[in-house]
Design a binder for this molecule. Structure first.
Ligand code: GLA
Length: 388
């Protein structure tokens, strides 16, 4: 049933606003966005869709269609995370509530709204379903509030929601990609200067997502632990006289000279970050000269580094990458997003696409007993909202 009709059914009113916000797949530059690094995500066709209408002043009614859940809350209670009956907010409501909280803290007007929403971004699959929800609500409240903020600024407020309200110390990449996506393009984003630029995707190649079927929860402490190791590396390197503020400031050569002062585990984590940033730099030049083979090789080495140094892969993701490597037309494959489950991203020659999409899940099933969902995706534009 159409979202507008469902809205009418749930609330008795016709919706006034329609918003959408995409998920993202990251081509390269993993776990570097909280190290001031550079990243290369693509906004996806998979997206969150929301319809909304004004509600009683100060009240937000949320209907999460996919979860078949609903909750109402008072905007004045955002800080204490309770619903209208004083019960703790369910976890899924932290994303919209956190977004409202963050916008409100920035002094922006947040109005009472009833919102019905659904998402085609799989949850916990490394495709930024939560950033898409946050961005969707942010553009919705922007449209309803009659104010206008720069996209990147909105993305930062959504990141703040995730950092401080949800409690995941994520970087800015996901919210940025959902806010700033450009159809047909990857997004080269410098998370330090916040400068970014769309980069055309290589012609004749497809971006293919392979979902391992294993889900993760990002708020699991592992993500925050990785981030803490990076901070520790910076602190130790600073104690030894390096004038740095983030791992971004350490070149691979410098790292090699200093790495033995780091404890073994911290050294491995930092080595991934330093080399991954260098990989993105090389990958950008490969992309600009349409060298898909060179680009793909960097994806493969990025995966090995996430597996061996950053320790965020799983046997299923490793299997998907290794099988992909054997298939004709596959230039590169790697896990995408935080890891610990979720998806791989593959760069595949269009002429070999069909075979790849049939063969990868077939061999994966044989090897692991699991079903993988494998599909091509197109780069989509960033979040938007309109008045119906
Ligand atoms: C998650 C976070 C991002 C980024 C990636 C890893 O998606 O939300 O900020 O750190 O993991 O690259």
């Amino acid at each position: 049933m159409k979202l507008e009709k469902l809205f009418l059914e749930k609330t008795g009113n016709a919706p006034v606003f329609l918003a959408r916000a995409p998920g993202r797949v990251n081509l390269l530059g993993e776990h570097v966005d909280y190290n001031d690094g550079i990243v290369l995500p693509v906004a996806l066709e998979q997206e969150v869709k929301l319809v909304a209408a004004p509600a009683r002043e100060g009240i937000v009614n949320l209907y999460a269609l996919d979860l078949q859940e609903q909750v109402s809350l008072r905007l004045v209670d955002l800080d204490i995370k309770v619903d209208i009956d004083g019960k703790p907010l369910p976890e899924w409501a932290y994303y919209p509530a956190g977004t409202a909280w963050s916008l409100w803290r920035a002094g922006l007007h947040i109005s009472g709204l009833s919102v019905v929403y659904t998402s085609s971004v799989p949850i916990g699959a490394g495709l930024s379903s939560s950033a898409a929800v946050e961005m969707g609500f942010a553009v919705l409240w922007q449209a309803a509030g009659g104010w206008k903020l720069d996209r990147l600024e909105l993305a930062r407020l959504c990141q703040k929601a995730e950092n401080e309200y949800v409690g995941v110390a994520c970087g800015l990449m996901d919210q940025f990609a959902s806010a700033c996506g450009v159809a047909g393009h990857a997004l080269f984003f410098d998370t330090r200067s916040l400068r970014w630029q769309p980069e055309p995707l290589p012609e004749g190649y497809a971006i293919v997502i392979a979902d391992s079927g294993v889900r993760r929860r990002l708020s699991g402490s592992e993500y925050n632990e990785r981030r803490a190791s990076c901070v520790e590396a910076v602190d130790i390197l600073k104690e030894h006289g390096l004038k740095i503020t983030a791992l971004r400031d350490v070149s691979p050569v410098e790292f090699a000279a200093y790495s033995n002062i780091l404890p073994p585990m911290v050294r491995k984590r930092a080595e991934h970050v330093v080399k991954e940033i260098a990989r993105v730099e090389t990958a950008i030049s490969a992309l600009r000269r349409s060298d898909a083979r060179a680009f793909g090789a960097l994806m493969f080495s990025g995966h090995a580094s996430l597996r061996d140094l950053y320790a965020v892969s799983t046997p299923e993701l490793d299997a998907l990458v290794e099988i992909a490597r054997q298939l004709p037309g596959c230039q590169g494959a790697r896990l995408t997003g935080a890891g610990f489950g979720g998806c791989t991203v593959n760069l595949v020659k269009e002429s070999d696409l069909e075979g790849f999409i049939t063969e990868l899940p077939r061999r994966y099933l044989k090897q692991t007993g699991r079903q993988a969902k494998v599909y091509r995706t197109e780069a989509a534009p960033g979040a938007s909202a309109i008045l119906l």
